[in-house]
Design a protein around this ligand. Sequence first.
Ligand SMILES: *[C@@H]1O[C@H](CO)[C@@H](O)[C@H](O)[C@H]1NC(C)=O
Ligand SMILES: *[C@@H]1O[C@H](CO)[C@@H](O)[C@H](O)[C@H]1NC(C)=O
Ligand SMILES: *[C@@H]1O[C@H](CO)[C@@H](O)[C@H](O)[C@H]1NC(C)=O
Length: 511
Amino acid sequence: MEAIRRPLARSSLVALFFVVLSLGAFICTRYLDSSAALMDANSPERPMLTPEAVANNPSQNLQTAPKAIDIPLNCSMGDVSRACPANYYPSHIVVEDKAYSSTPPPSCPNYFRWIYDDLWPWRETGITRDMVMSAGRTANFRLVVIDGRAYVERYRKSFQSRDTFTLWGILQLLRRYPGKVPDLDLMFDCVDWPVIKKETFGGPNHPPPPPLFRYCGNDSTHDIVFPDWSFWGWPEINIKPWEALSKDLREGNTRIRWTDREPYAYWKGNPVVAATRMDLLKCNVSDKHDWNARVYAQDWLQEQKHGYKQSDLASQCDHRYKIYIEGSAWSVSEKYILACDSVTLLVKPIYYDFFTRSLMPLKHYWPVKDEDKCRSIKHAVEWGNNHQEEAQAIGKAASSFILDELKMDYVYDYMFHLLSEYAKLLKYKPSVPQRAVELCSESMSCSAKGFEKQFMDDSLVKGPALVDSACTMPPPYDPASLHSVIQSKDNGMKQVDTWEREYWQSHNKQM
Ligand SMILES: *[C@@H]1O[C@H](CO)[C@@H](O)[C@H](O)[C@H]1NC(C)=O
Ligand SMILES: *[C@@H]1O[C@H](CO)[C@@H](O)[C@H](O)[C@H]1NC(C)=O
Ligand SMILES: *[C@@H]1O[C@H](CO)[C@@H](O)[C@H](O)[C@H]1NC(C)=O
């Protein structure tokens, strides 16, 4: 790919802001202390194959990983919708297998570094109970974790099963890391749009913002981003849990080689949710023009009637280019599109979720102008068809990022680190709210039905992760490295902009 060079310019103010910001983060955030787990070998609910048993049994091959511990759900405890087992997880587990536990866990992917930035507003004040309560204004639920058990106070039902599967995901985290998720108290809002505006909070004369968890944020908000429900499944539209779906997508990629895919840009989705999507429809091929785009409107009612045969994501990787465009806010479809090995044509987004801030133009995707979509897309596709090696490399980098760095293990680790860092900021000891009820995997899944039940079964964490297997947090960006991240993002955008302008200038001359 041609060298990308551009003098420093417009972005230096932004960069300076980030430099100041990250310098503080560097000073203020302590690293997670990876204190060793304690042993609780006398738990009455001993799993059949404890790590101790593995470690003490010489017939086990200790060179390999210790056997996983399986803790099945017990759905025969009477009123399962209320009862949670009294002694459910071993409260602490330890693996005495030195050979295994001395292997240091891998460093977390770079996108974990944004955790420091998301929690930056509270670095000096900490988080008080009043701050948490004030975030309840729009929250769907309040979650309290005490001694590894979850208590939930619901304020309002969310759209579809968002809240259910978000809570389910958190319960699976507790199963995965028993005894390690610290006590905490948080408010969660399942609605699309971020609401904690920077203009209202922030600056020396303002109160610190209410800490509010949700699925996405943007540059003018302080909402804390958290993995969305779709990682555990979206039963209303038959999107299965990410663990299984990502396997399908990986496999789907081998079905048609990039060079054999349709040399056009493909999009399928619900256009009516956003004006920018309606605008994209204008780029569709017609008898008057061909912008190299093939776009289709998804009709979910029709899909439902026909058993979702047309919406199977793994068989949607048959075009060389795939368009990503935001809906009413960020869209869960982004990871499915990026996973395809095709070049993602990313219409300039406004929102970010927990992993998208690490995506780089020309490395993971091709940027498309929001205000000039059709011409941007036409040029992108032509560029790719004329630079097939480079185009395939972009597609491959994106799918590797999604399938490797965003695998479920890392999604849990992201939640773990985010919640741990958040809990460190709390200035009070959380207690169970009066109107909260205890929630556990049994109380959610034993009485569930249909797709909900199936997706819960499929995404159940079978037992605790062995050893201290959470990846280690990378340090916050230091000023120089953050500067270079922002700079190279900016350079990528500018480069495409230049190519595009040149293309259309020469194109118009020819006509
Ligand atoms: C499930 O819970 C019931 C009631 O507490 C108990 O009698 C039963 O032994 C449990 N089953 C298993 C497999 O642990
Ligand atoms: C961020 O999101 C809010 C809520 O959707 C919106 O009002 C605001 O304009 C967005 N900010 C930017 C910079 O786009
Ligand atoms: C886009 O064009 C294709 C081919 O003509 C057509 O099948 C499809 O329905 C069009 N999409 C929309 C949203 O009209």
